[in-house]
Write a protein that binds this ligand. Structure first.
Ligand SMILES: *[C@@H]1O[C@H](CO)[C@@H](O)[C@H](O)[C@H]1NC(C)=O
Ligand SMILES: *[C@@H]1O[C@H](CO)[C@@H](O)[C@H](O)[C@H]1NC(C)=O
Length: 473
């Protein structure tokens, strides 16, 4: 009798030790990807300022750091991520939408700066064109995934956006508190003004301020990533960032505001002397077989007439410098092909190639000249030059951290966490970003689980005490 009881005490003891180990080892669970932002009453109310600097390539900082003291300040006082892996295609609207929703383009549906919906019979309604703002304002483009500003607004946060994507288009009938949507706002003065307004809003009772500046991207396209003009653009933005930081100190907000600076994608040199070949597909395919061709440069989506799909495809396979895919052949890791608006054929330029738009009214958009050269371009897959930046500082972030690379789809959950609102279903990975944040109560998925473990552990120990007592009597 005594023997059997002792064995059960031993095995119970082992079970208890195992539970105790799990319970005191939160890292096992803290790393799970399910752990997004969950309401947590102990989190202090903090503000979040997100500054998106279009086309800020990951290594611009290293190349010019002695001129970029505002960014140095972020590194000593906060977090510098080595680089941000872009999504495909690494161009503005798809990337902006991944930043705000945390999902890949095939899920949020905004797969290009230009898109064409074959199911809309009126061609003027079927086009999405980044520079024709009436076309991007259509509600239907934007209803797949909820942007962070909508979630924040629904949770009672006061939200402000300036030049940020189509923040003016309601999601599920909810609009942010205040928003100016994307429009061309070129030059440095626009950035200074935007930064000033951001500070004003933070001084008021806004919780989430998201602002956008395109200067660095504009200069990168026009003069190239290696130009003096680009270096000057970085210095100008750096100086304006210093003004913003000073204003936050003056208003005693520098310790209270979390600031994230990120870019949507990088930039590669495609200008004279770069060795990039500009190729035209006009003579390679029979344009009468094509219904629409969408975008150009690093990739082109082609909608052939159905009966000519194979003919167009076979001809394109012979073209040098491009990868050609039927929709179902597009690599899974692009997270692109399952989008409703993906066309039947995707042509992707290899490194050192640039695809010119077709010279036909079927081309979206139509370039004014036929032999132009862009000094800089982006949109290429698997190219280090497409990587972006992430700098952050504030009460939510650790100080003085050089952080391993993260992915563009990861940043959404950081925003949700700081704002203390639940993250929607997303494609980010918590384990890639959790280490940059100061230690707080772990998300509730985890807490619920560990509390269960804790209870089990206590019950276990009580049972042992009981058995031991029983034994000794
Ligand atoms: C167009 O509509 C048809 C019928 O509803 C559907 O099967 C098809 O997938 C749609 N195509 C696109 C590109 O939305
Ligand atoms: C991305 O997340 C969405 C929403 O949870 C999901 O539907 C989709 O399958 C995910 N994509 C991948 C490649 O995991």
């Amino acid at each position: 009798m005594k023997g059997t009881k002792l064995i059960s005490v031993d095995s119970l003891l082992l079970a208890c030790l195992a539970l105790g180990f799990l319970h005191s080892c939160p890292s096992v669970f803290a790393e799970t990807d399910e752990a997004g932002a969950e309401a947590d009453s102990e989190t202090p109310q903090e503000k979040l300022l997100v500054i998106m600097l279009d086309g800020f390539r990951w290594d611009y900082y290293d190349l010019h750091k002695k001129h970029l003291n505002a960014f140095q300040h972020f590194i000593s006082e906060g977090v510098h991520v080595e680089w941000v892996e872009p999504i495909f295609p690494p161009v503005s609207y798809p990337s902006w939408t991944t930043v705000s929703t945390g999902v890949f383009p095939e899920t949020h549906g905004v797969i290009g700066n230009y898109m064409f919906d074959l199911n809309i019979s009126d061609p003027t309604q079927a086009v999405f064109d980044i520079f024709t703002h009436e076309t991007t304002s259509k509600i239907e483009w934007w209803q797949n995934s909820e942007p962070i500003w909508t979630t924040a607004t629904r949770y009672g946060k006061k939200t402000f956006l300036r030049f940020w994507s189509r923040c003016d288009v309601p999601f599920n009938e909810v609009k942010p508190f205040e928003c100016t949507p994307y429009r061309e706002a070129r030059g440095t003065e626009n950035i200074r003004q935007t930064f000033n307004i951001a500070v004003q809003k933070l001084k008021q009772d806004f919780d989430l301020v998201m602002v956008y500046g395109e200067h660095i991207d504009n200069i990168g396209h026009k003069y190239g990533p290696n130009s003096n003009e680009l270096k000057q653009a970085l210095i100008d933005v750096n100086n304006m960032l210093n003004e913003l930081l000073d204003q936050l100190i003056d208003s005693q907000m520098d310790e209270k505001v979390n600031i994230v600076i990120l870019s949507d994608h990088g930039m590669t040199w495609t200008g004279m002397g770069s060795g990039v070949q500009y190729i035209s597909l006009d003579s390679q395919i029979d344009k009468s077989e094509v219904y629409r061709s969408v975008d150009r440069g690093s990739f082109m989506a082609i909608a052939p007439f159905a009966k000519h799909l194979d003919s167009v495809y076979q001809r394109l396979l012979k073209v040098e410098g491009v990868d050609v895919y039927k929709r179902e052949e597009i690599p899974d890791e692009y997270h692109y092909k399952n989008a409703r608006l993906a066309q039947d054929i995707l042509v992707v330029a290899k490194e050192k190639y640039f695809i010119r738009g077709l010279l036909t009214s079927k081309q979206i958009p139509r370039d004014k000249e036929s032999n132009y050269v862009w000094e800089g371009n982006h949109g290429y897959p698997n190219m280090p030059d497409m990587r972006g930046v992430f700098f952050a500082k504030g009460p939510a972030f650790k100080k003085g951290i050089i952080h391993k690379p993260i992915h563009l789809e990861d940043v959404y959950q950081i925003f949700a966490r700081i704002l203390d609102i639940p993250a929607g279903p997303h494609n980010g990975s918590w384990s890639r970003v959790s280490h940059m944040l100061v230690n707080r109560a772990v998300p509730s998925v985890h807490s619920a689980f560990t509390s269960t473990l804790a209870l089990a552990f206590i019950a276990c120990r009580l049972a042992i005490l009981f058995l031991l007592e029983d034994n000794s009597s």
